[in-house]
Design a protein around this ligand. Structure first.
Ligand SMILES: Cc1cc2nc3c(=O)[nH]c(=O)nc-3n(C[C@H](O)[C@H](O)[C@H](O)COP(=O)(O)OP(=O)(O)OC[C@H]3O[C@@H](n4cnc5c(N)ncnc54)[C@H](O)[C@@H]3O)c2cc1C
Length: 530
């Protein structure tokens, strides 16, 4: 069963060693946890539903609580403190587009607002109901999760939009295919959510972002059904797919999606390499991407992330031996770890690995084999469970991400990190900050930054700390040529920064698009644009 107030499955945990806590407390100080609200305490706060009865709508308090919040930091604090505020008035699990239509008509009659719900993994407040005089209906897409058709000749798979990562891959693998979309939230996030937030999977270098994988589909909107054809390409004016990508539940509910799939690769391995310093490493990965060398993943950790990953790995003696060897070979303090994936048929695999290693070694890279890469792949969807373990010891962790042209990448990493490091200096609190580059493009790269800080002695204080951190980093991103989000989307937390990217006319155009499909403004109000 899913945790109601944290990340992941209740049966899974990712404990940290005492050495790892020692490392963190040395960086930012010892911490004291505060007690969380219990499930019963929060359930007692769920008010009467304001929705009229309907056979497709569940109004039980626990169902409503479990759909009340996503995974953003404010969501996390709301659940942990028990101050959830607004709950949906009802939750529905339609099994088809027809049932979604029935629900949209019901919502219109009941003057309810509608929140389309994927896996609830949003980290920017996408599925959090706003305080609203009208009732709130959350439409959980999880029962529309089947592979409906697989056209092997065209390599297009039709799915119910509520299929989550494991279910998409299992259904395709049974036929020898893969979608290749592996966000870190893979365990729970779903096709419809990926499309509605413009998600990017860890192997986007090979398979592309969700934009490239989404070929077409069906959207139920308050104004009717929108069918989006799945041509391989077309020059017939603006592309309807682009209106749905990133629409964040504002124009309708995706019920069926056509996805571009590929046969399972013959061979795939992840490798690790260390560079003596950051700038040479950044230049090397840029050369590999601009040279169109065919890798499936690149993740370049900066020196602090490298040090942190090694400290948290939990194999103190092994890591110490590795560090001695690396230092002897020239990669000591300031070293940067690169994890890279090679995927394809055997010949492509050999050629790509050889080409990439040639570039990396010329830049001073020291190849460390595929053992650590294998470990990374085994744990890649479990790392988020650390958030639970850290919280229980009094530490908060959050992440943010942007993308910038290569010309800006180097400096923007430094600017974001300094903004975060200094954000709590007024109260003499230290912040542990580190970054990596992933999702690399010939034009530039995404930058993914993690920050750890101590929770305050009240939930309000912790929220204040987070707010200051988030604001400082977001302002630094916007002022220095980065996008406010590379793959987490806009939701609530990024909405006020959108004007800087889209401009007044752009925002007006997005609002007009929403109005076209949803004239009464019932679809997920308050998200993306206000
Ligand atoms: C631990 C963790 C790791 C993450 N890693 C990544 C990552 O590697 N890459 C990445 O891109 N993101 C990542 N995210 C963010 C999040 O997983 C993505 O934004 C994801 O795409 C959300 O999908 P979901 O199904 O959970 O959607 P939800 O959170 O349920 O909804 C997100 C938005 O999509 C809309 N929506 C959902 N389904 C539909 C539908 N069928 N029709 C219309 N609108 C719909 C909702 O209304 C909402 O506005 C991560 C989040 C967490 C918590």
């Amino acid at each position: 069963m899913r945790r109601w107030n944290g990340w992941g499955d209740e049966a899974v945990s990712f404990p940290l060693s005492e050495e790892a806590y020692g490392f963190i407390s040395e960086k930012i100080g010892k911490a004291t946890p505060v007690p969380d609200a219990t499930l019963d305490e929060v359930l007692a706060k769920v008010p009467e539903s304001r929705l009229p009865e309907h056979s497709l709508v569940i109004t039980a308090p626990e169902e409503r609580l479990r759909h009340a919040r996503g995974q953003s930091f404010p969501d996390w604090l709301a659940l942990r403190s028990g101050n959830v505020g607004v709950f949906p008035d009802g939750v529905s699990y339609p099994v088809s587009g027809q049932e979604v239509r029935i629900l949209l008509d019901y919502a219109r009659q009941a003057k309810a607002v509608v929140i389309p719900y994927g896996g609830g993994t949003s980290v920017v407040g996408h599925i959090t109901p706003e305080r609203n005089p009208n009732p709130v209906l959350t439409i959980d897409t999880g029962r529309m999760n089947h592979l409906l058709n697989l056209d092997k000749e065209s390599q297009v798979a039709t799915f119910g939009a509520g299929a989550d990562g494991p279910s998409v891959e299992a259904q395709l693998r049974a036929h020898g295919y893969t979608l290749g979309h592996f966000p870190q939230s893979f365990e729970f996030s779903r096709l419809g959510g990926w499309i509605a937030t413009r998600s990017s999977g860890q192997q986007s270098l090979r398979y592309g972002r969700i934009e490239r994988l989404f070929a077409g589909g069906r959207l139920e909107t308050p104004e009717g059904t929108l069918d989006i054809p799945d041509f391989p390409a077309s020059s017939t004016g603006p592309d309807l797919r682009e209106m749905v990508l990133g629409s964040e539940g504002r124009i309708g509910v995706l019920t069926e999606v056509k996805m571009r799939v590929t046969p399972l690769p013959e061979k795939e391995k992840f490798h690790v390499l260390f560079f003596p310093g950051w700038q040479a490493a950044v230049d090397a990965v840029r050369k590999v991407v601009q040279g169109l060398i065919s890798l499936s993943m690149l993740r370049l950790s900066n020196p602090v992330e490298t040090q942190t990953q090694l400290a948290l790995a939990g194999h103190e003696r092994l890591v110490s031996l590795l560090e001695k060897v690396l230092a002897w070979r020239g990669a000591g303090v300031g070293k940067c770890m690169l994890t890279f994936g090679v995927t394809g048929n055997r010949k492509q695999y050999r050629t790509s690995k050889k080409q990439a290693l040639r570039v990396f070694k010329r830049a001073g890279g020291i190849y460390a084999g595929s053992y650590m890469g294998r470990k990374w792949a085994e744990k890649r969807f479990f790392v988020p469970y650390l958030r639970n373990s850290l919280w229980e010891r009094g530490y908060a962790v959050d992440t943010l991400e942007t993308a910038a042209n290569w010309q800006n990448v180097g400096q923007i990493v430094g600017i974001i990190e300094s903004a975060l490091e200094g954000a709590l200096s007024r109260e003499s609190e230290r912040v542990h900050v580190f970054s990596h580059l992933s999702h690399l493009y010939p034009q530039g790269s995404s930058i993914y930054t993690t920050y750890l800080f101590r929770i305050g002695d009240t939930f309000e204080k912790t929220f204040e700390r987070w707010k200051r951190l988030k604001t400082a980093a977001s302002e630094a991103i916007v002022a220095n040529g980065g996008t406010i989000s590379h793959h987490h989307g806009v939701g609530v937390d990024h909405a006020s920064y959108l004007i800087g990217e889209k401009g007044k006319l752009g925002i007006a155009a997005i609002k007009a698009l929403c109005r076209q499909f949803d004239p009464d403004g019932i679809m997920n109000p308050g998200k993306l644009v206000r």
